[in-house]
Design a binder for this molecule. Structure first.
Ligand code: FAD
Ligand code: SF4
Length: 536
């Protein structure tokens, strides 16, 4: 009989951290590691092919690194007969190795953690869930911070993070004198568009990735998205190079153009580091330190450095804390009682609304859209239309290469869909088509007019925006941050309001934009409802 293994270390697909706590005390003579490619992770939501391929390629590269260290690894690929679910894969190995203990780093999904706890119960083995040192904040520390607070605003959390970790600080004061330079992070390009943009560093697929692409292309051909443009960092070395490229060529302009969108420009000044961070190929401390150093060397002004660091030290840590605080109930939040189905075109990009067409096409091609494309185009339309938040969540979890539930769910349920009723966002992020017109050039080639709420050329965003305010007027009446928008709603004449409600109803029923068109007499006042940015 084989002597039993001491510890079986489970390395999950998004836990590819060379410094992970699971390796503390690892003894190759007595311990073993398991990694598994399981179909459940590709199918529990209808995952984009690029997302499946990125996870698997990064996993196989990590496996190569582990083998290079001479550590015993059981890598279970999908052809193994037991690999439908992670639990089934690990259970089969437990029978073979008879370990005394299971060790895992805290998973990024509540679902996966529950499955592992159940497995430990069934096999009567202790499960050691170790702290994920990748993050600055543990779920327990976040829960302690949240205790007794009725509103969990990012601003307060972020200031504490800055103080506690000594990031962008000048003794006890924020470097530059302000905590937040958000007001400098909202510029639009104007008619001339962006200056010539530096090309992003390319990561063409190596032989290992090409093999994964072939397998995923064959096995998951019916899944959404494409694989042709695969160009993501898949190792820690790649992630370092991507960080270096971002700091060198795009950081300085990141803050200013953070919210802007432009036809044909997929990356603009964004870092495209989210997937590498979420797979744990690079640590947030490494990224934050490098950006702060670049600022101190004079390579990026404070607004750019602070705007970027806020996303990682602030938002990224904050959403993870919120996720663990509110799960599992978070999945079913639906404060606005939204019941519409997600339009079919979210899976194809086949819509006449140019902004949605562009953002969804880009998403299907790359598995990527930047924050404002997610929040103020695809997310905004779902919110205004009144799509069931859970369906919206499943779409976002499926289509982005950086999607892991701990980060995706709060961004969708809390920030984008206001489905938690205001725990995360101080108001719903709602705007008419005029916001998209201001922040992009999508409207210039669209057949709709963002200034019109009714009639054959009415922009559906604008129609649904006024309709949203009407429908939720009572609920939002006591929110001080909604007063400007609600005052404008009150200025609408009753017949204009009725026409908007009628057009919105038909949009919802059919989502057949062309046939809903009726000329209506009274467009709403030409006001811009979003004087404020998304505040991220
Ligand atoms: P940059 O614009 O360069 O930002 C730098 C980094 O900051 C990102 O890499 C990311 O790690 C972090 N960051 C920025 N905004 C956020 C945020 N709101 N929450 C957490 N981290 C943030 N991000 C994900 O990583 N995975 C998701 O599944 C995801 N889903 C989202 C869904 C919606 C509806 C919205 C509105 C946002 C979502 N985000 C998600 C946040 C954000 O859109 C992405 O992190 C960002 O677009 C990734 O591109 P980038 O790396 O070029 O980011
Ligand atoms: Fe989008 Fe409306 Fe602009 Fe068309 S007009 S691109 S639908 S915001």
């Amino acid at each position: 009989m084989t002597p039993s293994t001491r510890h079986l270390i489970i390395v999950l697909g998004d836990q590819l951290d060379r410094e992970s706590s699971v390796f503390d005390g690892f003894d190759p003579a007595h311990d073993a590691i398991v990694m598994a490619e399981v179909s459940e992770e590709a199918t529990h939501v209808w995952s984009h092919q690029m997302r499946i391929a990125l996870f698997r390629s990064a996993m196989r590269h990590f496996a190569q690194w582990l083998r290079g260290r001479g550590w015993p690894l059981h890598y279970l690929d999908e052809d193994a007969h037991f690999s439908v679910s992670l639990s089934a894969a690990v259970e089969a190995l437990i029978r073979q190795l008879q370990p005394l203990r299971l060790i895992v780093c805290k998973p990024g999904d509540w679902r996966v953690e529950q499955a592992l706890l159940a497995l430990a119960g069934q096999t009567d083995l202790p499960l050691d869930i170790r702290v994920d040192r990748h993050f600055y904040t543990t779920p327990q520390e976040f829960a302690a911070w949240a205790q007794g607070r009725s509103e969990l605003r990012l601003d307060y959390f972020y200031r504490e993070q800055r103080r506690r970790h000594g990031v962008l600080m000048d003794s006890a004061k924020p470097l530059g004198g302000q905590w937040n330079y958000d007001s400098e992070n909202r510029a639009a390009f104007g008619k001339q568009g962006p200056s010539p943009l530096p090309p992003v560093l390319a990561f063409p697929p190596d032989a290992l990735t090409r093999q994964v692409l072939d397998e995923v292309g064959a096995r998951y051909a019916a899944h959404p998205g494409h694989l042709d443009a695969f160009d993501w960092p898949v190792t820690s070395e790649d992630a370092e190079a991507a960080l270096d490229d971002f700091i060198r060529y795009r950081l300085a302009d990141f803050g200013r153009w953070q919210d802007a969108m432009w036809l044909g420009q997929d990356w603009l000044y964004h870092s495209r580091l989210s997937a590498a961070l979420n797979l744990k190929l690079i640590s947030p401390r490494r990224v934050v330190d490098a950006v702060e150093r670049a600022h101190r060397r004079g390579e990026a002004d404070i607004a750019a450095a602070e705007g970027f660091i806020r996303q990682i030290l602030g938002w990224r840590e904050y959403v993870r804390g919120l996720y663990w605080l509110r799960m599992p109930g978070y999945l079913d939040d639906n404060a606005l009682n939204a019941q519409q189905a997600l339009p079919e075109f979210y899976w194809t990009g086949d819509t006449e609304m140019n902004c949605l067409h562009q953002c969804i096409e880009q998403t299907l091609r790359l598995g990527y859209a930047h924050h404002i494309q997610r929040l103020m185009v695809t997310g905004l339309f779902a919110l205004l239309l009144g799509v069931r938040p859970r369906q919206v969540h499943e779409w976002y979890l499926a289509v982005y290469v950086d999607a892991v539930e701990w980060v995706e769910l709060p961004n969708v349920i809390g920030m984008s869909q206001y489905a938690d009723g205001g725990v995360m966002a101080s108001k719903p992020y709602v705007a008419s088509g005029k916001y998209i017109q201001r922040m992009s050039n999508y409207c210039s080639t669209c057949r709709f007019d963002p200034a019109q709420a009714t009639g054959s050329r009415a922009c559906p965003f604008t129609t649904l925006y006024w309709d949203f305010l009407s429908r939720h007027q009572q609920r939002l009446a006591h929110n001080p941050r909604m007063q400007f928008q609600l005052r404008n709603l009150k200025r609408l004449q009753p017949d204009a309001r009725a026409a908007i409600a009628d057009q919105a109803l038909r949009l919802r029923r059919h989502l057949d934009i062309t046939s809903t068109a009726v000329e209506e007499p009274a467009p709403p006042p030409d006001t811009d409802p979003t004087e404020e940015s998304h505040v991220c």
